[in-house]
Design a protein around this ligand. Structure first.
Ligand code: MLT
Ligand code: ZN
Length: 466
């Protein structure tokens, strides 16, 4: 529905200033989409508030005029959660990008939602502290979006997801009310914690307009071991061996095919002498003078068991960074092949059986597709990326991928897993939510949405249908 009359745009300009209401096609295209490749942005306007009050005024006005709103953070999502395809008004938080305060005794940072993840990581470093949620998009993802999607990443095995670090939060509900949730408290046993409802709600209940983020101590000398395996069945044995002896901060994996793309695209040397089918990247805190020896003896143990074939260890922070590239650069290295993406999870112990079955199924049904496996195996989270063959059109490819989704999600359901471990539901996975959530749960979700957003103006069409 078109709502963007001159009178409406003038009202919005009265709230934020005319230079902060954008209707040029460049702006509409830029703000209208995220990193999801197969969706077409079609917003009607973009508005950039500078304060909580302005955000509240926009929401109040949108309720009056029934204008659908889409929140926009760093737009690094992969499920279309912040894509505006239906003449929505985009509310972008780029101007609300300040770190407003820090309390050293509480180790709390008070942030506006447009603060970029890396900005917070650097701020923490200046205070000799650590913000542990990290992923390849840290340079552009914003905290509001991270909280709205409960972003995960590469250190979840040790530090958990964004949820674990949000100690308080101010939100503007779909009705335009301001809620100040949990106020930075560590302990608070006063009933329903609405903070956790808004985390992962993908903008469907309201806008996150301020975050109180907890910081952690800096990890001691994070050291990386890169291991080569031929049999993925042994990956959990390797994980257990390292986990039982060392304080792990990451346990990632990637297939040889995924590695090959990183090596070719970035003109790198292969990390190990032996060619292996799978690689795991283990990061641990080098806390005591014995930890390096323990890592060495654990490697030897795994080698003698026949679980690993080869390995290398970092001797400096820059070494560690180089080894991380083999894992972290996968997404960027394959982006030109318009990959079909998935981010499923099962319990860690089930990962090898799940992946074996999935690989067999996909290579049987779609022998023409090149499938890459990688991800956060220590969290049970696997990324399945299928590259578009050059001889078919993108339309045909995505059509076939819809069938792939059915196969993958059937298997996820069989293993009791989740169809989205960290990228969220957005629009792409909305039809499949029932694979991971029961009908009763979805009915409750819809009822909760109606309470916070009675006019269904908050990111309509995402996650659930109202
Ligand atoms: C990653 O872990 O690299 C991303 O979440 C996965 C992806 O781009 O599919
Ligand atoms: Zn990931």
């Amino acid at each position: 529905m078109e709502w963007n009359t001159e009178e409406v745009l003038k009202n919005l300009a009265d709230i934020v200033g005319s230079q902060w209401v954008k209707i040029e096609s460049d702006d509409l295209n830029r703000y209208g989409k995220d990193w999801t490749t197969n969706l077409n942005p079609k917003p009607s306007a973009v508005v950039l508030p500078a304060s909580i009050e302005e955000t509240q005024a926009i929401v109040a006005f949108a309720n009056e005029r029934e204008i659908p709103l889409v929140p926009s953070g760093g737009r690094t999502g992969l499920s279309g959660g912040s894509v505006a395809e239906n003449h929505e008004l985009i509310v972008a938080f780029d101007r609300m990008n300040k770190i407003m305060g820090f309390n050293a005794a509480d180790r709390l940072v008070f942030c506006q939602p447009g603060v970029v993840t890396e900005q917070l990581q650097k701020f923490a470093e200046e205070k000799e502290l650590f913000y542990p949620v990290d992923f390849a998009s840290s340079g552009s993802s914003q905290l509001g979006g991270n909280a709205a999607t409960n972003a995960g990443g590469i250190k979840v095995i040790r530090y958990g997801m964004t949820r674990n670090w949000i100690q308080g939060m101010k939100v503007v509900t779909g009705e335009g009310k301001l809620l100040d949730l949990n106020r930075g408290l560590t302990k608070n046993a006063t009933g329903y914690d609405f903070r956790h409802l808004f985390i992962g709600s993908e903008g469907t209940l309201g806008f996150i307009v301020e975050l109180t983020v907890r910081l952690s101590s800096f990890p001691k000398d994070p050291t990386v071991v890169l291991l080569g395996l031929n049999d993925f069945a042994e990956v959990t044995a390797v994980l257990n061996a390292f986990q039982n002896k060392l304080n792990l901060t990451a346990f990632e994996f990637f297939s040889d095919k995924a590695l090959q793309y990183v090596v070719d695209e970035n003109s790198l040397q292969m990390p190990l002498d032996s060619a292996c089918d799978f690689y795991t990247l283990v990061e641990f805190e080098n806390e005591t003078s014995f930890d390096l020896e323990i890592a060495q003896s654990t490697f030897e143990y795994c080698f003698n068991q026949g679980w690993v074939l080869d390995g290398t260890i970092s001797h400096s922070a820059s070494d560690a960074k180089k080894l991380w590239r083999f894992r972290e650069d996968i997404t960027a290295s394959i982006s030109k092949y318009s990959p079909y993406k998935n981010d499923i999870s099962v319990r860690v112990s089930m990962v090898p059986a799940f992946l074996k079955e999935l690989d067999e199924l996909l290579s049987q049904v779609y022998p023409e597709f090149e499938t890459l496996f990688f991800g956060h195996v220590g969290d049970g989270n696997i990324h399945v990326n299928i590259l578009k063959p050059s001889n078919i059109t993108i339309e045909v490819f995505y059509k076939k991928c819809e069938e792939v989704t059915g196969i993958v999600f059937d298997l996820v359901q069989k293993f009791g897993g989740s169809i989205s471990a960290e990228h969220g539901i957005g629009v792409l996975k909305k039809p499949y939510l029932c694979y991971s959530r029961s009908d009763e749960e979805i009915i409750y979700m819809k009822a909760i949405k109606r309470i916070f957003d009675p006019n269904n103006i908050m990111n309509p069409g995402k996650l659930i249908d109202a």
